[in-house]
Design a protein around this ligand. Structure first.
Ligand code: SF4
Length: 348
């Protein structure tokens, strides 16, 4: 596979007809996944709190302390969610929250250790870069010390949330209080050197242009060349409903399916060192999520039992295990349930 450079992928995004771009992405996918297996994990989102001080303009999920509907889940509430996950054969929790202004490392260590001790077979995939960064700051520790402590408590891997677009021009507008792009990269680098795998994400469809998209691709491909620590790339589109950004820029609309498939294909072609690319059926819906398998995706993410974050902004798609299996089979591929590390647990 010949590596494509930044100018070449920019031209592909801007000029190549969608069908042609999809065909190229499908070829790359088939080189990497000649077995025609498409995977997903049975997991559950647990958003342990919606209290957050960061004020991202694209977010409809966060609440202030004491604001109506703000919450922190108790350990008992978290346990009962995990019990429900185990009842459907789940193996992973995607554990993320807002960035709580006062909780320190000790609280997170207790929580992770509690879950890990009580549910040793459940993989804790949790805490985005901004949460890790703030836990470190408020606890007066380095990011490395914080990650080491969480890893020792039972944290297995880290989701790529909060990357949005890794271009500071864009971040300064849509999430001015968040980490800048170099800080996001550095936290993932630190995790990789501690032998903690992570994923990389991208949220497109707000105010970025195609050069910002390519900059994002480049930042994560470069880090992957250095560490090989990313397990997958996941892109989804900005969901504008109920967000401050939509109120500020009322003409912002959901990105089209064409745009989604175009960027998905481009990511598959450019990110030649990423084995796995996920389809974001949660934001795109079942049919585009399925079509994504022909545009470079080899994985449908997860069952996403209880998604709260994009649902707050209007994306309320859901599929259970049987539906995911059917979607993959109907696309002509072989469905398989995987674990967090992309090991196949069961061919369906
Ligand atoms: S996206 Fe995350 S960090 Fe940003 S405001 Fe929402 S909950 Fe907070």
């Amino acid at each position: 596979m010949k590596r494509i450079n930044d100018n070449e992928i920019l031209k592909e995004i801007e000029n190549t007809p969608l069908k042609e771009l999809g065909r190229k992405a499908y070829e790359v996918k088939n080189e990497l996944h000649s077995d025609k297996i498409a995977t997903f994990v049975i997991d559950r989102n647990i958003n342990y709190t919606n209290i957050c001080w960061v004020d991202c303009k694209f977010c409809a999920f966060k609440r202030r302390i004491n604001e109506e509907n703000s919450y922190i889940l108790s350990f008992e509430e978290i346990d009962s969610k995990i019990d429900e996950l185990i009842a459907i054969g789940g193996t992973q929790i995607l554990f993320q929250g807002g960035v709580h202004p006062t909780l320190k490392l000790e609280w997170y260590e207790k929580l992770v250790s509690h879950i890990h001790t009580k549910y040793p077979n459940i993989t804790i995939h949790g805490f985005s870069a901004i949460e890790i960064d703030y836990i470190a700051k408020i606890s007066k520790l380095s990011v490395k010390e914080t990650l080491e402590a969480l890893k020792n408590a039972g944290l297995s891997s880290i989701p790529g949330a909060g990357a949005e677009i890794l271009s500071d021009r864009v971040r300064d507008i849509i999430a001015p209080k968040k980490l800048d792009s170099s800080e996001w990269i550095e936290i993932h680098r630190t995790a990789h050197y501690l032998d903690m795998k992570t994923t990389a994400t991208m949220m497109f469809g707000s105010i970025e242009n195609n050069s910002d998209i390519v900059e994002h691709f480049k930042r994560i491909r470069d880090l992957q060349d250095e560490t090989n620590g990313f397990r997958a790339f996941i892109l989804w589109s900005f969901q504008p409903d109920n967000t401050p950004l939509k109120r500020e820029i009322p003409h912002l609309q959901k990105a089209s399916s064409n745009r989604y498939l175009r960027l998905l294909s481009a990511s598959r072609i450019y990110l030649d060192n990423f084995k796995n690319i996920q389809s974001s059926w949660v934001t795109q819906g079942k049919f585009i999520g399925q079509l994504a398998l022909n545009f470079g995706a080899n994985d449908l993410g997860s069952t996403m039992m209880e998604e709260n974050v994009v649902a707050s902004a209007g994306a309320t798609n859901s599929m259970n295990t049987q539906e995911l299996i059917k979607v993959i089979r109907d696309a002509g591929e072989i469905p398989a349930i995987r674990d967090t590390a992309y090991n196949i647990l069961k061919i369906c």
